[in-house]
Write a protein that binds this ligand. Structure first.
Ligand code: FES
Ligand code: FES
Length: 175
């Protein structure tokens, strides 16, 4: 197996579990501590800083990623739970080269962000929402995006972006 990711803590004591996973299409074996969150493994271990740490307690959605195509809060997910599973972060959502995922492009077009801190989590949730079939109405979208908070109040742009992708039928899967 190709081990493109080896992490920065391979030799440190306490990292006594090995997680075999695929992150953004790259197979890897990660030495992790038993209590390490997926969020910390991604940000501090693999240096994938696109996934944001907001509240670190499951209340803001900034840390949303996909595990086997389903959205999860990576701050509440143990890294060891991802053994044998496939993880997609915002860095892995785009297509080859500089091609944005349709949801990313729609967020840009609809002004679906201001400071951008919540945006990776918003985009990951939005892609999952459409894949789950929860994009039927404005109310349904707002309800199923309610776990993703935006301190800048960019909710109208986020809603517009999701509807644009829904109506185009292009954005309900990972790249
Ligand atoms: Fe995970 Fe806020 S950082 S929900
Ligand atoms: Fe600033 Fe959402 S764009 S928190």
């Amino acid at each position: 197996m190709t081990n493109a990711h080896t992490g920065d803590h391979a030799l440190e004591p306490g990292f006594d579990h090995t997680v075999t996973t695929v992150v953004n299409g790259v197979p890897c074996e990660l030495p992790v501590a038993a209590g390490m969150s997926l969020l910390d493994a991604l940000r501090e271990h693999l240096r994938l800083r696109g996934t944001k740490k907001g509240c670190n307690q499951g209340a803001c959605g900034a840390c949303t990623v996909h595990v086997d195509g389903r959205r999860v809060l990576s701050c509440l997910t143990l890294a060891v739970q991802c053994d044998g599973r496939e993880v997609t972060t915002i860095e892995g959502l785009a297509g080859p080269g500089e091609t944005l995922h349709p949801m990313q492009a729609a967020f840009v077009a609809a002004d679906g962000f201001q400071c951008g801190y919540c945006t990776p989590g918003q985009v990951m949730s939005a892609v999952a929402l459409l894949a789950e079939g929860h994009g039927g109405s404005d109310e349904e979208i707002r309800e199923w995006m309610s776990g993703n908070l935006c301190r800048c109040g960019a909710y109208n742009g986020i809603l517009s972006a999701i509807k644009a992708v829904r109506d185009s039928g292009t954005g309900d899967t990972d790249a």
